[in-house]
Structure formats: C-alpha cells, structure tokens
Design a binder for this molecule. Sequence first.
Ligand SMILES: [Zn+2]
Length: 331
Amino acid sequence: MELFKGINQIKLPLLKVGPESVNVYIIEGKDGNLMIDTGWNTPEAFNTLAQEMKNSGFAMKDITSIVITHLHPDHMGLAGKVAELSGASIAVSEIENNLLDSYYTHPESTISQMILFFMANGVPEWELKMLAEASFNVRNYVTPFKATTLLKPGDRVDMEPFEFQVMATPGHSPGHICLYETNKKYFFSGDHILAEIVPNVSYHPLSGENPLGDYVNSLIGLTGLEVRFVFPGHSSVFSGLAPKIDDIQRFHQDRMYKIQRAMGVETKNAYDIARAIPWIVNGDETAYDKLEPLDRRLAVLETLAHLQYLVAENKGKKITEGEKTLYWSGE
Ligand SMILES: [Zn+2]
C-alpha cells in the first residue's frame, strides 16, 4: 500500500507470540527501490510479500537495496531470500553485523552461554531450558546472508529523490539503526520507537553492560529532530514523535520505581525481582508465573536491564557470590 508518494508499506504476518505483524517498507527511487526490513522467512510471510509487492506494481527484481534496522529475525529473516531473488545489496550496521555469527550461524554457544547467565541470575533448574531456548525456534525463520554494506552513524543512504541519514539508536539491539529522510522529515524507526507497545530492552551476554542506558540516551538523542511521520517496524505510521518519547520514558520510570521497591535492602537475584512485580499482557497486569515462556524470558531480561541501569546510575549495587549474581538497593 502506498502511504505517501514513493513510500509503500507491506504488513507481513508473524507467529502467535508478540506483535501481529511486521512492517516492510519499499521506497521508490528514480533509479531503484529500497526495502527497509524484510519480515521473517516463513512461506506465509514470503507469499504475502510477493503478492503485496505485485499488487503495488513491484517485481522482486525491482528491489535494488535492502537496509535492515536490526538483526531480530522478524526484521531480517527474508533478507537473504529477497537478495538472492533480486540481486539487491544488503546494508546493516557494523555492530549488528558482528552479532550475525552468534545469533544465527553458531547459535549453540550462545544458548549454553544463556543457560549459565540465567542460572547466575537465579532462574531455577526446571525453568532454565524453557527460558534459554524460548527465542531460538524463531531462528529457523531466517535465511542466512552476507551484508554487502556496513553502515555507520551519519552515513547516507540515497534513493533519489529520497535521502536517508543513518542514525545509531542502540538499546533494543546494540547496533539498532533508524533511517531519517531529511527532505520530507520521515523517520523509519525500526523497533526503537513503536506506536502501541513499548520496545523491549533486554540485558544479556550480547547486549552490552547497560542497554537501557543506551536506549534512554538514544531516545534523548532524538529530541529536537524535526519529524513529520514515524514509520515503525510494527503497527501503524504516526505523527508526534516527542509525546511518544515522553510516554516511553514515563513507562520506564514507573517500572524502575517498581523494581527499586522490589529490590530492597537485602541482596536478591533478578529472577526473584522479576517475580515480585506485575507484567502487562494484552493490557492486563499479569503475575510472572502466569506468563508464557517467551514472555518469562523477556520479563527476566527486562528486569536485568533495569537493574543494570540502576547500578550504572549508582542507585543500586551488584555483587557476585560464587556463581550467583545479586542486586540490592545499596543502602
Ligand atoms: Zn526487534
């Protein structure tokens, strides 16, 4: 569907977990067409992509370049296949490209690293495998690819008449990028900013020390940017970037407050802290024990992102006792 002149959006179906669909954008240039994100590699998603492209007058071979905002499978699963069929180049940030191997080519060592990490953070034996493997089945929906271009912040991606500036927005993923179209003031936000849900920010062995700190700084870095419309990776296009940033910051302040209260003056592991606060599922407050495996995983990793943030801000302390990692308020 053409949303604005030269800007097409195609919604591709996802699995039952998480958001319903992922957005693929096709930008029509004078000398080629740019695809931003690709959806994941299921027959259903691929057929929808092919059909919707045809409806909008595009053949696969019309795609000349692909830019991937970040390496999560719902955003890049089909990139290898689309590139193979079209001959398009694939651009991804240098930081994300460095993670390609541990995410997709050799995920086994990442899984065992995750098991140790969850153990250290208090996840009980019976739940370990469930959490460590919760996101790994979705990796089946990725066709491997080799990036042809490695993007750095400030790089330009031109698709005349559109000119995009690459903006580094780490947090949701360490090398997440957004694309800012400087003439029309369009902002392609990937999963950094979403219309209806607050993007997940997780701490884990591949996330960097303070991903929530990175995320908040990436939000602050957008203040003052003139944006007419935000084109997110999921859900609908919207205007009003500044109020959305305020909403997200408020959400994190509120969760931070709950986590700080749950932390207390005695040392606790992240798992127990995650179980002590309410989680929101479909708008309802839900106890940790009622969550599905993937949501449990995210709850523990999001709690850890907040705990790491508090430690970095000197509002909390972290210690290692034997093989266990513990946090407390530091008072
Ligand atoms: Zn994502």
